[in-house]
Design a protein around this ligand. Structure first.
Ligand SMILES: *Cc1c(COP(=O)(O)O)cnc(C)c1O
Length: 395
């Protein structure tokens, strides 16, 4: 087991209180929420209603029935994009998104391109920001959907969602945001943000894996992704994962009620890491915004002349869990699409390290990392033929 966990953008630990909130639905309250003719079924149904009400309140939704539970963040993203595309294809076939979205959005858009839709993938600046002007410039008469993430999972950039939502509204285009990384790290209020749809995933804010949510504002027409029964008001078939939903609901309650204190703590840990690394390691580059506009828990550095995978292996030997690029991407050798989009050359994108702190990260852990990382980078550089030249002053 890793004693120091710095990969909270990949997943988070399940909180004890969250597990406690889930257990009754794995034991006593095992009824199917659609079975209304007996008590254990009605108990499940009533519990589900209460959870939906709590989630609606905690994301600022105007209505309880705007909350749709899903099987993951990826499912919520897939549903939002495909569901809107297919329900509105008589109006147009154009979708606007960005080059730095999560693969759940990008993969879905690529799939739709094979089915007659056109997608504009907007560029971002060197910090990962999308400009509202670029969004507006991409709008055509055929645009039916805009999807821009609230905050990026690799480099932590927080996008100008409110401004983009206003542009979507002005052109009467549906606006979706993937807020999976934002929950627990910044204030989320769907009405204040002005979004029509929003995706969440429980395991990114100390809830269980395999449960997510899609907020769909009343009045939005969307096709089903999963067909079958009448669950989720006929929009998403499958017997409800009540234990998972209970976990999502509890985790969200805790995240929202402790938001300010958690954000302040994570920011402190983040900035200590950034400062410590910059001070002790030469030839490094912070990816993403310096401070303003950066997620409170994300740190992402590129180290010239080293491979990200090698850093991860050596950190693991020191008991530290971290990531290079995104969790999904670290299984492959392709450089991260996000790092390429902010303009990094391949070889520098390859040497990237993402450290994402959590509310439980301590100063001691941060200081330990700052102590062990410089010798790791130095050792790896000494093995690199490119660095040899730099050391000797060839370059
Ligand atoms: C993790 C993540 C997802 C996917 O959520 P899952 O529940 O793991 O499917 C989607 N978008 C972003 C930005 C994420 O970080």
């Amino acid at each position: 087991m890793n004693s120091i966990y710095m990969d909270n953008n990949a997943t988070t630990s399940l909180k004890k209180e969250v597990l406690d909130a889930m257990l009754p639905y794995l034991t006593d309250i095992y009824g199917n929420a659609s079975s209304k003719f007996y008590k254990v079924g009605r108990d499940a149904e009533q519990a589900l209603y209460k959870m939906r009400e709590s989630v609606a309140k905690n994301i600022g939704a105007a209505n309880v029935n705007e909350v749709y539970f899903t099987g993951s963040g990826c499912e919520a993203d897939n549903w939002a994009i495909k569901g809107i595309a297919f329900a509105n294809k008589n109006k147009g076939n154009h979708i606007i998104t960005t080059k730095i979205e999560h693969h759940a959005i990008l993969g879905t858009c690529e799939y739709l391109e094979k089915h007659g839709f056109e997608v504009t993938y907007l560029d971002v600046d060197e910090y990962g920001f999308v400009t509202p002007e670029a969004v507006e410039a991409a709008v055509t008469d055929n645009t039916i959907l805009i999807s821009v993430m609230t905050a990026n999972n690799e480099i932590g950039t927080i996008e100008p969602i409110k401004e983009i939502a206003q542009i979507a509204k002005k052109h009467k285009i549906i606006f979706h945001t993937d807020a999976v990384q934002a929950i627990g790290h910044m204030k989320i209020d769907v009405q204040e943000m002005g979004v029509d749809m929003m995706s969440l995933s429980a395991h990114k804010f100390h809830g269980p894996k395999g449960v997510g949510m899609l907020y769909i504002k009343n009045g939005i027409r969307i096709d089903n992704l999963i067909h079958g029964g009448g669950q989720e008001r006929g929009k998403r078939a499958a017997t409800e994962n009540l234990a998972g939903i209970a976990g999502l609901c509890k985790a969200l309650e805790i995240a929202v009620s402790n938001l300010d204190a958690n954000v302040a703590h994570m920011k402190k840990m983040r900035d200590r890491l950034i400062k410590g690394i910059k001070k002790s390691i030469p030839y490094c580059r912070l990816n993403g915004p310096e401070d303003e506009g950066r997620l409170c828990n994300n740190v992402n550095f590129s180290f010239q002349y080293v491979e990200g995978e090698s850093i991860l292996m050596m950190l693991d030997m020191k008991g530290i869990a971290a990531s290079s690029g995104s969790a999904c991407a670290s299984g492959s050798l392709d450089p991260s699409h996000v790092l390429l989009a902010i303009g990094l050359p391949h070889e520098i994108a390859h040497g990237s390290l993402r450290l994402s702190v959590g509310e439980d990260t301590t100063e001691e852990e941060v200081d330990y990392l700052i102590e062990v990382l410089p010798p790791i980078i130095q050792r790896l550089r000494e093995m690199s033929p490119l660095y040899e030249g730099v050391e000797k002053g060839d370059k």
